[in-house]
Ligand binder design. Structure first.
Ligand code: HAM
Length: 428
């Protein structure tokens, strides 16, 4: 017997229904314009990549790789993973397609779905969308400031005001080694008081203990030595320059000495942008943007030494906050013309007129499935249409059409071949 069970979308994965699509489109449009202005070219990489790309790229010891990947073996025996984030895929493509030979920097942006096996909650889904910007080939700190500015500008253009940029430097592989030893010395006496994950992190990636969200761990890390005080000269100067550029740009940053970010590839600058906690839902939703410099990743993934910096924003989190703030989104361009028809010959003729209007890019609504004129006019009225075109048997015979102005009720009969010109004149 066929099952009568109703199908549901998978846990943590949602349909983006038409009303939400308007928010998605608005965000993407703003990102597209900003990308164009700052000279970023769009790239699309596959949704599936070899699992090892994320293991080596995102990092073996990260929560993403340890707990959150949707991985499977294909029928052909390849081990693949639904991309949990965009940076490793972009870097793989940079290497694979010889982009190293392009003039530097290579600036790329992307937008699309990502997948993490998380516990679904506000702002945290198993399928979500990100827009990311990656700048490859330049080690100058001005790039870090510009990446932060790009995301800040996107959020500003979306109407967010109380934004907070949290900033830290986690040094490079050299100064980090030294700092890790200092941190280990500090944390060792507390190891039994840390959460189970952090006890594991002590062995695998001690850095990650710093941004654990567990209260008991945060109490301990509050007094931990800060990496910012242990940077080598180069990393120190790099960070100082980033801060100077941000000040020049008047961007409201705050130093977050324990911001480590959950991905292994970062070097030097790391940042997150969120909405002030006083704003509705801001605390539950968390960071809207995350990013940083990743000077070693291209090399780690088998390419030539190439400094890089980037970030990504979470579309669903932004949409939730826009809604929480009561931001209504414009609906798509409102049609002003409505085509009505009465009788079989008029119905046939109106099919052609509809196509002619489309070719002229005149937005028009039809109700070909309706027969009665009054019910068609009622729909046009409900939609707030400005002009209704009426085509009846008589008009078809005389090669004419009626234009009715809805507000005044005024009607004018015009020759069919002049209809485009007449409409354009009225819509001017
Ligand atoms: P991330 O911080 O993991 O960084 O993600 C960036 C943003 O994606 C977050 O700030 C958040 O808004 C959103 N996000 C992350 N996970 C979820 C989720 N489960 N549900 C909803 N939204 C989520 C990266 O992914 C890096 N690839 C960013 C980057 C680019 N760094 C350098 N270049």
């Amino acid at each position: 017997m066929p099952s009568r069970e109703k199908f549901q979308s998978p846990t943590g994965m949602h349909d983006v229904l038409s009303d939400d699509e308007l928010y998605f489109q608005k965000i993407e449009k703003i990102c597209e314009n900003i990308a164009d202005f700052y000279g970023f070219k769009r790239i699309e990489t596959p949704i599936l990549e070899q699992t090892e790309l994320f293991e080596r790229g995102t990092g073996f010891s990260t929560d993403i790789v340890l707990k959150q990947m949707f991985s499977f073996r294909t029928r052909g025996g390849d081990y693949l993973t639904l991309r949990p984030e965009g940076t490793p895929g972009v870097v793989r493509s940079f290497i694979q397609n010889g982009m190293i030979n392009l003039p530097k920097p290579v600036k790329l942006w992307y937008s699309g779905p990502f997948f993490r096996y998380e516990r679904p909650q506000a702002g945290r889904f198993r399928q979500f969308h990100q827009v990311g910007f990656e700048n490859l080939g330049v080690k100058n700190p001005i790039v870090d400031a510009q990446i932060i500015q790009i995301f800040f500008n996107i959020l500003k253009e979306l109407g967010f005001k109380n934004l907070i940029i949290e900033l830290n430097s986690i040094g490079d592989s050299e100064c980090r080694g030294y700092y890790k030893r200092i941190l280990a010395t500090y944390l060792r006496p507390y190891q039994n008081s840390l959460c189970a994950d952090c006890r594991q992190r002590l062995k695998q990636n001690i850095f990650r203990v710093l941004d654990c969200k567990e209260e008991k761990c945060q109490k301990i890390t509050k007094g931990a030595p800060q990496i910012i005080n242990h940077l080598c000269e180069e990393c120190h100067n790099h960070f100082k320059n980033v801060l100077e550029y941000l000040e020049e740009l008047e961007l409201p940053y705050q130093l977050s000495p324990y911001l480590a970010r959950g991905l292994d590839y970062y070097t030097k600058t790391v940042f997150e942008i969120s909405l002030s906690e006083n704003e509705p839902m801001a605390k539950e939703i968390g960071a809207l943007v995350g990013g940083g410099r990743y000077d070693d990743l291209v090399k780690i993934l088998g390419g030539k030494d190439t400094p890089a910096c980037g970030g990504a924003l979470g579309v669903e989190r932004i949409v939730s906050l826009m809604k929480a703030k009561g931001k209504k989104i414009y609906s798509a361009e409102k049609p002003q013309i409505f085509l009505t028809q009465v009788g079989e010959s008029a119905k046939k003729k109106s099919l052609k007129i509809f196509e002619e209007l489309r070719k002229e890019k005149i937005k028009v609504v039809e109700t070909f499935h309706k027969d009665s004129l009054s019910s068609q006019i009622k729909i046009a009225d409900d939609l707030g249409i400005k002009y209704v075109l009426i085509l009846g048997q008589k008009e078809v015979l005389n090669n004419e059409i009626i234009i009715k102005e809805m507000e005044t009720g005024k009607q004018e009969t015009v020759k069919l071949e002049k209809i485009i010109k007449e409409i354009k004149k009225r819509l001017k």
